[in-house]
Design a protein around this ligand. Structure first.
Ligand SMILES: NC(=O)c1ccc[n+]([C@@H]2O[C@H](COP(=O)([O-])OP(=O)(O)OC[C@H]3O[C@@H](n4cnc5c(N)ncnc54)[C@H](O)[C@@H]3O)[C@@H](O)[C@H]2O)c1
Length: 250
């Protein structure tokens, strides 16, 4: 399938994990991919991997939580590419700690990256899309944006914010030809989830909570980003698709 031939897709948090899988999927379907990440080293590796596979990609290192850096990067992308047709707004962080122990600094950083960062990038790209009169945006939320989970008050609050940001953007931008949706993954194995796992916990979690009997792969999420961004989803906007192996069916 080449659903994105001649289209430009910006993927934030593209250096590793789900973001890299999204970038790879769009590139494989013909897009030129703008790889964005705060970590230059992973970005360089990601760009090399995509180019080695014969795909078209370029990289931009910036912090999504800095409005100045976002402004500068998006202007540079538009200067170099002309238009951004698709935004996969994926960059995010997570950590686990009891609600009563969350330091203010960590609360602020979580909201700054996961919610404010998503807003800065989405708003700047939307302005360009409104001028173009078309575009699709897919925001990264989480099952944790739909239901609570102990130990993740800051993360859950940030992802719950993304869900309603998505719905409101869809309402405001629909008449400008822009569709906005979100993806809510459950347990996906990536460097981020590995960093908050402890021994044996994953097996017990899968056994107890995931009807399909396995954890998710980054590719399971990337394919849903591609679906939502494509014309296959032409009449879908303001939606949040859960990709969790059935966990929320309980
Ligand atoms: N892994 C899961 O189980 C899971 C489940 C639901 C939702 N998600 C969401 O998916 C997204 C990707 O998660 P992942 O598991 O691939 O994580 P990851 O840590 O493997 O990758 C995240 C990427 O985002 C980049 N990043 C972090 N802060 C940034 C910033 N301020 N500016 C720009 N880039 C930044 C990192 O450098 C990294 O390359 C996140 O938004 C996460 O909340 C993950």
């Amino acid at each position: 399938m080449q659903r994105f031939a001649n289209l430009t897709t910006l993927v934030t948090g593209a250096g590793q994990g789900i973001g890299f899988a999204i970038a790879e999927r769009f590139a494989a379907e013909g897009a030129h991919v703008l790889l964005a990440d705060i970590k230059e080293s992973t970005l360089i590796e990601a760009e090399e991997k995509l180019r080695a596979a014969g795909y078209s990609a370029s990289r931009y290192a910036f912090d999504v939580s800095s409005p100045d850096q976002v402004d500068e990067a998006i202007s540079r992308m538009i200067g170099e590419r002309g238009e951004i047709h698709i935004l996969a707004n994926n960059a995010g962080i997570a950590s686990e700690e009891p609600f009563v122990d969350i330091p203010d600094e960590r609360w602020r950083r979580m909201i700054d990256v996961n919610l404010n960062g998503m807003f800065y990038v989405a708003q700047r790209v939307s302005r360009a899309m409104v001028r173009q009169g078309k575009g699709t945006i897919v925001n990264m939320a989480s099952t944790n944006g739909l239901v609570g989970e102990a130990g993740y008050a800051h993360y859950n609050a940030s992802k719950g914010g993304v869900v309603l940001l998505t719905k409101t953007m869809a309402i405001e931008l629909g008449r400008s030809g822009i569709r906005v949706n979100a993806v809510c993954p459950g347990y996906i194995v990536t460097p981020l989830s590995a960093s908050i796992d402890s021994e044996g916990v994953v097996e017990r979690y899968v056994e107890r909570y995931i009807p399909l009997g396995r954890t998710g792969k980054p590719e399971d999420v990337a394919s849903v980003f591609a679906f939502l961004a494509s014309d296959d989803a032409a009449f879908i906007t303001g939606e949040c698709i859960v990709v969790d192996g059935g966990q929320l069916a309980f």
